[in-house]
Design a protein around this ligand. Structure first.
Ligand SMILES: Cc1cc2nc3c(=O)[nH]c(=O)nc-3n(C[C@H](O)[C@H](O)[C@H](O)COP(=O)(O)OP(=O)(O)OC[C@H]3O[C@@H](n4cnc5c(N)ncnc54)[C@H](O)[C@@H]3O)c2cc1C
Length: 390
């Protein structure tokens, strides 16, 4: 079926969960999303619904109270959330990503301290890599962490931190050795609680889209954390840990692309059948049929690529190639489909009364965040060339 995200999910339990989330999205999210979005209001009531379905603990092991579901299921859930409102999938993205990093790479003490708290939205997580002078080139960060007895002292400035004001704990990428070569060997990740002295929450960015969820600056001015806050306990492993966790983020963003593209298609095919021009519904004009056919082919391909990447991650191996392919394709077609929906709706698309303008404003974020499309292409090329030794 065109719009049944569960249809291609291999695990029947995962499929059922995705279907249930889709029902909730149609009932609770679709009718309210534009209101929250236009007011740039954090959707607290919708978080309760997500929490009731266990979505904050979707990847947390059962021993810590989570659902411990597959990435395949997670991808389907994110498609459904984004079909309703892309920001909802953004709210859980860094949360799930940081939980994954702690579960995979954290010390037992870190797992015991944090994972049971992550199953509810009361303690949410943010990821902080990007700085004013370091985005795509993440290894160029300037934030430092200096060892001082049993503590580390962090100094630096971060920007574009999603969930930056409301998170309870931040996974922060720092340099513990600014001279290390290769550079990644000097990078260490810290788990920084929000109440840490010297940790300052800065301004919230006014954004084109991706509203409701805040994206902020952060500053560290002699912020002191115990050595036990180093993710996994060892210096110099932060880059690998965060890159592995970013595969989870790229699956999330790919799924968001599928969800937004699907929403754009759903609205367009309905509109095309009742809007008339030249005496017939515009769907009868072949140009619109071709446009809609091209949209659904792209959406289906993006959906399958995203589920494929999620299943690769489920198999326990590095999946940066698969996640990169899915993220690149799904987010690029989301932008194309959002623009196609604008064309199909004509002038009314430009009005805030319909959600089409929201899809159009939300889509560009996805070709930027979690690695731009250019960066995905370099990741893909670097992986593929290994298969062609000379
Ligand atoms: C709304 C929003 C939310 C975000 N949330 C977070 C978050 O929660 N945490 C976080 O850490 N970051 C977050 N980011 C930051 C995001 O990950 C970066 O914006 C992104 O990685 C790109 O970095 P940049 O903006 O510095 O662009 P730049 O790195 O300056 O890139 C500018 C342009 O140059 C191109 N370019 C750069 N290097 C290359 C290359 N090697 N080859 C070809 N082209 C290249 C890029 O593709 C791009 O077109 C967020 C960003 C936005 C907009």
């Amino acid at each position: 079926m065109a719009r049944d995200f569960a249809a291609d999910i291999q695990d029947p339990i995962a499929g059922e969960i995705v279907t249930n989330v889709g029902v909730w999205v149609d009932k609770e999210v679709k009718p309210q999303a534009s209101e929250f979005e236009h007011a740039d209001q954090f959707p607290e009531p919708l978080l309760q619904g997500m929490s009731d379905m266990g979505l904050f603990g979707i990847k947390i092991p059962e021993q810590y109270g989570g659902l411990d579901l597959s990435f395949e299921c997670y991808a389907g859930v994110c498609m459904e959330l984004a079909r309703g409102w892309m920001s909802l999938a953004g709210i859980i993205n860094t949360h799930v990503l940081v939980g994954y990093a702690i579960n995979e790479y954290g010390t037992q003490e870190q797992k015991d301290m944090y994972l049971p708290k992550f199953v509810k939205p009361d303690m949410r997580c943010a990821l902080s890599i990007t700085e004013p002078d370091a985005g795509s080139d993440a290894q160029a960060i300037k934030t430092t962490a200096r060892r001082d007895g049993d503590d580390y002292v962090i100094n630096g400035q971060k920007m574009w931190v999603t969930n930056g004001h409301r998170a309870g704990v931040y996974l922060v990428m720092t340099k513990t050795d600014t001279t290390a070569q290769p550079r990644h060997k000097g990078i260490t990740a810290f788990l920084v609680p929000h109440e840490t002295p010297g940790f300052i929450k800065g301004k919230k960015f006014e954004k084109l889209g991706y509203k409701g969820v805040e994206t902020t600056e952060l500053a560290f001015e002699d912020a002191r954390v115990p050595a036990t806050a180093v993710l996994g306990g060892n210096e110099g492993r932060g880059f690998q840990h965060i890159m592995s966790a970013l595969e989870v983020g790229r699956i999330n963003v790919a799924a968001r692309g599928v969800g937004v593209a699907q929403a754009a298609f759903d609205d367009s095919i309905r509109y095309a059948q009742h809007r008339e021009a030249f005496g017939v519904p515009i769907f009868q004009h072949q140009a619109q049929q071709i446009r809609l056919a091209e949209m659904i082919v792209k959406i289906r391909a993006a959906r399958l690529l995203t589920l494929d990447a999620a299943r690769k991650k489920d198999s326990g191996v590095r999946s940066d190639l698969d996640a990169g392919i899915a993220k690149l394709y799904a987010t690029e077609i989301a932008n194309e489909c959002a623009l196609d929906a604008m064309r199909i709706h004509g002038g009314v698309a430009y009005s805030k009364e319909l959600p089409v303008e929201r899809y159009y404003r939300d889509a560009p974020l996805m070709i930027i965040a979690e690695g731009t499309s250019d960066i995905q292409k370099t990741v893909i090329a670097r992986n593929i060339v290994k298969e062609y030794p000379i």
